[in-house]
Design a protein around this ligand. Structure first.
Ligand SMILES: [Fe+2]
Ligand SMILES: [Fe+2]
Length: 303
Protein backbone atom coordinates (compact mmCIF):
# COMPACT_ATOMS: atom_id res chain seq x y z
CA UNK A 1 0.00 0.00 0.00
CA UNK A 2 1.41 3.40 -0.95
CA UNK A 3 1.89 6.28 1.47
CA UNK A 4 -0.91 8.42 0.06
CA UNK A 5 -3.28 5.43 -0.22
CA UNK A 6 -3.99 5.74 3.51
CA UNK A 7 -5.26 9.21 2.84
CA UNK A 8 -8.62 9.73 1.13
CA UNK A 9 -8.44 12.11 -1.80
CA UNK A 10 -11.26 14.60 -1.71
CA UNK A 11 -12.36 17.24 -4.15
CA UNK A 12 -12.39 20.79 -2.79
CA UNK A 13 -14.90 23.02 -4.51
CA UNK A 14 -12.68 26.07 -4.74
CA UNK A 15 -13.59 29.38 -6.35
CA UNK A 16 -11.25 32.16 -7.47
CA UNK A 17 -12.19 35.76 -8.18
CA UNK A 18 -9.57 36.84 -10.70
CA UNK A 19 -11.38 40.04 -11.69
CA UNK A 20 -8.85 42.29 -9.92
CA UNK A 21 -5.78 40.21 -10.78
CA UNK A 22 -3.32 41.52 -13.39
CA UNK A 23 -2.14 39.21 -16.18
CA UNK A 24 1.43 40.23 -15.28
CA UNK A 25 0.83 38.79 -11.83
CA UNK A 26 4.48 38.28 -10.95
CA UNK A 27 5.99 41.75 -10.45
CA UNK A 28 8.53 42.83 -13.04
CA UNK A 29 8.54 39.36 -14.56
CA UNK A 30 6.57 39.20 -17.78
CA UNK A 31 8.35 35.99 -18.78
CA UNK A 32 7.26 33.95 -15.76
CA UNK A 33 3.77 35.50 -15.72
CA UNK A 34 3.09 34.36 -19.29
CA UNK A 35 4.80 30.98 -18.91
CA UNK A 36 2.70 30.11 -15.86
CA UNK A 37 -0.49 31.64 -17.30
CA UNK A 38 -0.04 29.46 -20.38
CA UNK A 39 -0.91 26.49 -18.17
CA UNK A 40 -4.52 27.76 -18.12
CA UNK A 41 -4.68 27.04 -21.84
CA UNK A 42 -3.39 23.48 -21.75
CA UNK A 43 -4.79 21.94 -18.61
CA UNK A 44 -8.56 22.10 -19.02
CA UNK A 45 -8.45 19.86 -22.11
CA UNK A 46 -5.73 17.67 -20.60
CA UNK A 47 -7.33 17.14 -17.21
CA UNK A 48 -10.77 16.41 -18.63
CA UNK A 49 -9.06 13.83 -20.85
CA UNK A 50 -7.46 12.31 -17.71
CA UNK A 51 -10.98 11.94 -16.29
CA UNK A 52 -12.34 10.28 -19.45
CA UNK A 53 -9.41 7.84 -19.66
CA UNK A 54 -9.66 6.98 -15.97
CA UNK A 55 -13.40 6.44 -16.10
CA UNK A 56 -12.73 3.90 -18.89
CA UNK A 57 -10.01 2.26 -16.76
CA UNK A 58 -12.16 1.86 -13.64
CA UNK A 59 -13.65 -1.52 -14.66
CA UNK A 60 -10.14 -3.01 -14.94
CA UNK A 61 -9.08 -2.08 -11.38
CA UNK A 62 -9.12 -5.07 -9.06
CA UNK A 63 -7.65 -3.37 -5.96
CA UNK A 64 -10.42 -1.58 -3.99
CA UNK A 65 -7.97 0.90 -2.40
CA UNK A 66 -6.52 1.86 -5.77
CA UNK A 67 -10.04 2.21 -7.19
CA UNK A 68 -10.90 4.60 -4.37
CA UNK A 69 -7.73 6.61 -5.09
CA UNK A 70 -8.54 6.73 -8.80
CA UNK A 71 -12.08 7.95 -8.07
CA UNK A 72 -10.64 10.67 -5.82
CA UNK A 73 -8.13 11.56 -8.53
CA UNK A 74 -10.93 11.92 -11.11
CA UNK A 75 -12.88 14.25 -8.81
CA UNK A 76 -9.83 16.42 -8.11
CA UNK A 77 -8.79 16.66 -11.78
CA UNK A 78 -12.32 17.60 -12.82
CA UNK A 79 -12.22 20.59 -10.46
CA UNK A 80 -8.69 21.51 -11.60
CA UNK A 81 -9.97 21.67 -15.18
CA UNK A 82 -12.82 23.96 -14.11
CA UNK A 83 -10.44 26.27 -12.23
CA UNK A 84 -8.16 26.61 -15.25
CA UNK A 85 -11.14 27.22 -17.55
CA UNK A 86 -11.85 30.14 -15.25
CA UNK A 87 -8.21 31.21 -15.70
CA UNK A 88 -8.63 30.92 -19.46
CA UNK A 89 -11.73 33.14 -19.29
CA UNK A 90 -9.73 35.67 -17.22
CA UNK A 91 -7.09 35.83 -19.97
CA UNK A 92 -9.82 36.26 -22.58
CA UNK A 93 -11.41 39.06 -20.52
CA UNK A 94 -8.00 40.74 -20.54
CA UNK A 95 -7.99 40.77 -24.35
CA UNK A 96 -6.02 37.60 -25.09
CA UNK A 97 -7.05 35.23 -27.86
CA UNK A 98 -6.97 31.81 -26.23
CA UNK A 99 -9.00 29.97 -28.84
CA UNK A 100 -6.18 29.16 -31.25
CA UNK A 101 -4.14 27.34 -28.63
CA UNK A 102 -7.30 25.76 -27.23
CA UNK A 103 -8.16 24.27 -30.63
CA UNK A 104 -4.74 22.56 -30.71
CA UNK A 105 -5.11 21.30 -27.12
CA UNK A 106 -8.61 20.01 -27.87
CA UNK A 107 -7.35 18.21 -30.99
CA UNK A 108 -4.47 16.66 -29.05
CA UNK A 109 -6.64 15.24 -26.30
CA UNK A 110 -9.93 14.63 -28.08
CA UNK A 111 -8.68 13.36 -31.45
CA UNK A 112 -5.02 12.34 -31.33
CA UNK A 113 -5.30 10.74 -27.87
CA UNK A 114 -9.04 10.09 -28.14
CA UNK A 115 -10.94 6.84 -28.41
CA UNK A 116 -9.83 5.98 -31.93
CA UNK A 117 -6.00 6.02 -32.12
CA UNK A 118 -5.03 8.89 -34.38
CA UNK A 119 -8.61 8.77 -35.65
CA UNK A 120 -7.58 6.23 -38.30
CA UNK A 121 -9.78 3.13 -38.69
CA UNK A 122 -6.72 1.07 -39.72
CA UNK A 123 -4.90 1.80 -36.47
CA UNK A 124 -8.08 1.28 -34.50
CA UNK A 125 -8.14 -2.28 -35.82
CA UNK A 126 -4.40 -2.82 -35.26
CA UNK A 127 -4.36 -1.64 -31.63
CA UNK A 128 -6.84 -3.42 -29.34
CA UNK A 129 -9.00 -1.02 -27.35
CA UNK A 130 -7.65 -2.23 -23.99
CA UNK A 131 -4.02 -1.75 -25.08
CA UNK A 132 -4.81 1.74 -26.32
CA UNK A 133 -6.46 2.50 -22.99
CA UNK A 134 -3.43 1.20 -21.03
CA UNK A 135 -1.08 3.24 -23.22
CA UNK A 136 -3.09 6.36 -22.43
CA UNK A 137 -3.04 5.54 -18.71
CA UNK A 138 0.77 5.44 -19.13
CA UNK A 139 0.70 8.86 -20.79
CA UNK A 140 -1.29 10.21 -17.82
CA UNK A 141 1.36 8.73 -15.47
CA UNK A 142 4.15 10.48 -17.40
CA UNK A 143 2.31 13.83 -17.40
CA UNK A 144 1.58 13.43 -13.69
CA UNK A 145 5.31 13.08 -13.13
CA UNK A 146 5.61 16.70 -14.27
CA UNK A 147 2.64 17.99 -12.30
CA UNK A 148 4.03 16.21 -9.24
CA UNK A 149 7.53 17.62 -9.60
CA UNK A 150 6.19 21.10 -10.30
CA UNK A 151 4.00 20.69 -7.23
CA UNK A 152 6.97 19.71 -5.09
CA UNK A 153 8.88 22.71 -6.45
CA UNK A 154 5.95 25.06 -5.69
CA UNK A 155 5.53 23.70 -2.14
CA UNK A 156 9.21 24.46 -1.45
CA UNK A 157 9.36 27.82 -3.23
CA UNK A 158 8.60 31.30 -1.89
CA UNK A 159 8.85 32.82 -5.36
CA UNK A 160 5.12 33.45 -5.76
CA UNK A 161 4.82 35.19 -2.38
CA UNK A 162 5.30 38.55 -4.10
CA UNK A 163 2.79 37.73 -6.85
CA UNK A 164 -0.94 38.38 -7.05
CA UNK A 165 -2.37 36.38 -4.13
CA UNK A 166 -5.43 35.01 -5.97
CA UNK A 167 -3.49 33.75 -9.00
CA UNK A 168 -0.75 32.37 -6.74
CA UNK A 169 -3.34 30.54 -4.62
CA UNK A 170 -5.00 29.05 -7.71
CA UNK A 171 -1.75 27.53 -8.90
CA UNK A 172 -0.53 26.55 -5.43
CA UNK A 173 -3.82 24.88 -4.45
CA UNK A 174 -3.75 22.91 -7.71
CA UNK A 175 -0.10 21.95 -7.30
CA UNK A 176 -0.64 20.95 -3.67
CA UNK A 177 -3.36 18.53 -4.83
CA UNK A 178 -0.95 17.27 -7.51
CA UNK A 179 1.49 16.39 -4.71
CA UNK A 180 -1.37 14.89 -2.71
CA UNK A 181 -2.37 12.48 -5.52
CA UNK A 182 1.08 12.06 -7.10
CA UNK A 183 1.15 8.25 -6.65
CA UNK A 184 -2.18 7.45 -8.24
CA UNK A 185 -1.38 7.58 -11.95
CA UNK A 186 1.88 5.68 -11.51
CA UNK A 187 0.21 3.00 -9.37
CA UNK A 188 -2.68 2.63 -11.81
CA UNK A 189 -0.34 2.20 -14.76
CA UNK A 190 1.68 -0.42 -12.88
CA UNK A 191 -1.56 -2.17 -11.88
CA UNK A 192 -2.73 -2.42 -15.51
CA UNK A 193 0.60 -3.57 -17.00
CA UNK A 194 0.85 -7.34 -17.31
CA UNK A 195 4.50 -7.63 -16.23
CA UNK A 196 7.05 -5.59 -14.28
CA UNK A 197 9.41 -5.62 -17.28
CA UNK A 198 6.64 -4.38 -19.56
CA UNK A 199 5.76 -1.68 -17.06
CA UNK A 200 9.37 -0.48 -16.80
CA UNK A 201 10.14 -0.52 -20.53
CA UNK A 202 6.86 1.04 -21.61
CA UNK A 203 7.02 3.84 -19.05
CA UNK A 204 10.48 4.76 -20.39
CA UNK A 205 9.21 4.71 -23.98
CA UNK A 206 6.18 6.80 -23.05
CA UNK A 207 8.32 9.35 -21.18
CA UNK A 208 10.57 9.67 -24.26
CA UNK A 209 7.47 10.83 -26.17
CA UNK A 210 5.80 12.84 -23.42
CA UNK A 211 8.83 14.83 -22.20
CA UNK A 212 9.46 16.83 -25.41
CA UNK A 213 5.74 17.24 -26.07
CA UNK A 214 5.05 18.48 -22.53
CA UNK A 215 7.92 20.99 -22.72
CA UNK A 216 6.76 22.16 -26.15
CA UNK A 217 3.15 22.68 -25.10
CA UNK A 218 4.08 24.53 -21.90
CA UNK A 219 6.53 26.77 -23.80
CA UNK A 220 4.04 27.41 -26.60
CA UNK A 221 1.32 28.36 -24.09
CA UNK A 222 3.58 31.09 -22.69
CA UNK A 223 4.76 32.20 -26.12
CA UNK A 224 1.23 32.40 -27.52
CA UNK A 225 0.31 34.84 -24.74
CA UNK A 226 3.55 36.83 -25.03
CA UNK A 227 3.02 37.23 -28.80
CA UNK A 228 -0.20 39.12 -28.05
CA UNK A 229 1.37 41.38 -25.45
CA UNK A 230 2.62 44.73 -26.72
CA UNK A 231 4.76 45.46 -23.66
CA UNK A 232 8.47 45.71 -24.61
CA UNK A 233 9.47 42.85 -22.29
CA UNK A 234 6.99 40.47 -23.91
CA UNK A 235 7.96 40.89 -27.57
CA UNK A 236 11.22 38.86 -27.46
CA UNK A 237 9.52 36.10 -25.45
CA UNK A 238 6.78 35.67 -28.03
CA UNK A 239 9.30 35.20 -30.82
CA UNK A 240 11.94 33.15 -28.96
CA UNK A 241 12.80 29.64 -30.08
CA UNK A 242 12.24 26.79 -27.64
CA UNK A 243 15.95 26.49 -26.71
CA UNK A 244 16.24 30.18 -25.97
CA UNK A 245 13.05 30.07 -23.95
CA UNK A 246 14.35 27.16 -21.85
CA UNK A 247 17.65 28.99 -21.27
CA UNK A 248 15.66 32.00 -20.09
CA UNK A 249 13.61 29.74 -17.85
CA UNK A 250 16.85 28.50 -16.31
CA UNK A 251 18.22 32.00 -15.70
CA UNK A 252 14.97 33.59 -14.53
CA UNK A 253 14.11 30.57 -12.39
CA UNK A 254 17.46 30.77 -10.60
CA UNK A 255 17.22 34.53 -10.15
CA UNK A 256 13.57 34.96 -9.12
CA UNK A 257 12.21 31.52 -8.17
CA UNK A 258 9.08 32.46 -10.15
CA UNK A 259 9.48 29.36 -12.34
CA UNK A 260 11.52 26.22 -11.73
CA UNK A 261 14.91 26.27 -13.50
CA UNK A 262 14.73 23.98 -16.55
CA UNK A 263 17.64 21.94 -15.15
CA UNK A 264 15.45 21.01 -12.19
CA UNK A 265 12.81 19.60 -14.55
CA UNK A 266 15.50 17.60 -16.37
CA UNK A 267 17.24 16.22 -13.29
CA UNK A 268 13.97 15.27 -11.63
CA UNK A 269 12.88 13.51 -14.82
CA UNK A 270 16.14 11.55 -15.03
CA UNK A 271 15.07 9.85 -11.80
CA UNK A 272 12.20 8.27 -13.77
CA UNK A 273 14.84 6.08 -15.46
CA UNK A 274 15.45 4.10 -12.29
CA UNK A 275 13.62 0.75 -12.02
CA UNK A 276 13.10 1.66 -8.34
CA UNK A 277 11.52 5.02 -9.13
CA UNK A 278 8.25 5.73 -7.35
CA UNK A 279 6.57 9.16 -6.97
CA UNK A 280 6.08 8.60 -3.23
CA UNK A 281 9.66 9.89 -2.74
CA UNK A 282 9.10 12.89 -5.04
CA UNK A 283 7.05 15.06 -2.73
CA UNK A 284 5.73 15.46 0.79
CA UNK A 285 2.01 14.83 1.29
CA UNK A 286 1.98 16.49 4.73
CA UNK A 287 3.56 19.60 3.26
CA UNK A 288 0.94 19.71 0.50
CA UNK A 289 -1.89 19.25 3.02
CA UNK A 290 -0.40 22.03 5.13
CA UNK A 291 -0.63 24.37 2.13
CA UNK A 292 -4.23 23.28 1.45
CA UNK A 293 -5.03 24.00 5.12
CA UNK A 294 -3.91 27.61 4.69
CA UNK A 295 -5.01 28.17 1.06
CA UNK A 296 -7.66 30.92 1.11
CA UNK A 297 -9.69 29.22 -1.64
CA UNK A 298 -9.52 25.74 -0.09
CA UNK A 299 -10.45 27.15 3.34
CA UNK A 300 -13.43 28.95 1.82
CA UNK A 301 -14.46 25.71 0.05
CA UNK A 302 -14.46 23.85 3.37
CA UNK A 303 -16.36 26.65 5.10
FE1 LIG B 1 -4.57 18.57 -11.85
FE1 LIG C 1 -2.91 15.41 -11.27
Amino acid sequence: MQATSRHTLKARRVKFDLSASPVHWLPEDVFSSHLVNGIHLLLPAGELWFCRVYNKALPYITDPQLREDVEGFIRQEGIHAQAHRHGEAWLRANGYDVDRYRRTADWLFEQFLGEAPFALPLLKKAIPAKQWLIFRVGVVAAIEHFTGLLGDWAMNSCGWDDGDPVVADLFRWHLAEEVEHRNVAFDLYEHLCATEAGFYLSRQAIMAIVFPLFIYFIAEGGRSLARQDQSPAAIPIGHAGIVRLLLQMEQIGRRTDHVPPFSLVVTRTLRWLSPRFHPRTEGDTEQALAYIARSPAARAAVA
